[in-house]
Design a protein around this ligand. Sequence first.
Ligand SMILES: [Zn+2]
Length: 476
Amino acid sequence: MSERVDVFKNGRAVSLEAVLENREWRVAKQEKLEATFKEETVVAVKLNMPGAIKNSPAIQQLFQAGWQLFLAELSTWEIRHLEVFSKRPTGPEGFLVVTGDLTAIKKKAIAFEEQFFMGRLFDIDTMAKTAPDYQLSRRELGFAPRTCLVCDDDAKACAKARRHDLAAVQEAVNRIYEEYFVIDPVIPAWNEEMVKKAATFACLAEAVTAPKPGLVDPLSTGAHADMDVYDFIDSSLALENYFGLCLDAGRHFRGSQLSHLLTAIRPSGRRAEELMYLATNGVNTHKGTIFTLGILIAAYGYASRNQQSPSLSFVQSVVSQMTSQLLDDELAKTVAQADSQGNRALTAGEQQYRDFQLTGVRGEVVNGLQPLATVGLKTLRESRGSRNERLLNTFMALSGSIVDSTLVKRAGDPKVTAELADWVAQFNRLGGANTEAGMRYLKELDQTFVARNLSMGGAADYLVLTAFLGRLTGLL
Ligand SMILES: [Zn+2]
């Protein structure tokens, strides 16, 4: 593996006084909320970070991932009030006021600390004005005491005996972050509503990320004269129900042949295409996304049935198994048939398979959408700056790492892939989307793409998939 992760990198050390002052600030905040919302339950969420560095870009990612998931866990209750302080030097913190029974909410909080992959790093306090003495312990609520990050023993005992030095505890934090985000990302088992929203968000995020060379965004319609960003918005919204159907198909699939799961979502996919064309007056905005994201969601649904939080590699292996027959049988058969009968126009992927033996999007799914892990989520996680900048960096990294069948089709020559590699390298040399020079270069590239009528539909699809998983893992 490449460089080891250091969660504490680029963090600033805070003094003990600052930590104590912050504790007073928190208590005052909680008391004020309790006084304002006398009948409700106040919830305070923070992290347990060992040592003097309590905040950093990675620590914020970690907090964000858990905070979003915890909010979703509370979704059965009404949330009256919400405040998040992600950049406090003493560490990210959040406060909630929830209309609900203190004990029930406390149980939810402990269950989250126990079940979420990084939950051991979270510290959630629940309190209610009307029940001030009502302090049931973890044990009384049926949970075991918190375990030590290093040795899995009782955390309190280890702390009291000072059993581990700071370096060992920080190393344990690094390992948890690495296991969740880096080595083989863990994807929490979200409910259907959240998954549908994450998928729709991903489609919209791709559409508004700008400037994307040759593609439709709010600044330019790129090399697509027949559509604009509003078509993408309409079509994204039209697909939300389809995403739910794919998830449902995966979650309820009981067969042993995963290729049957693909068969099961096909009618929904065809219907989704119809809805897309209806929403856009006949323009193809998301055909590739309907195919790839539908399969990814069904695979994730299958992998997260029974509330399990699957690893990305497991989801990818399901994608691969679902689609394993697409290349050998179907593509070759379709191409041979269409050639002999000449009665149907071949799609871009099919034409390239015939002309250049490129397998296009079918090859991508059969291979389990590998660039998602090796390029997409990795770049999204490592990139800093605004979400637009991070998504642009991710988009360019993806475009340089795949053979984009839309691009090859439009260029009419697979050599365009080598040309694209040079453009991506130049973009990176200029500092990527985080520099003015990098952003200027993207606009220049957009003009090149428009002049040559080039477009990177395949990379755009991958950006949607990455944004979807980024949302589910808490990176976006
Ligand atoms: Zn220990």
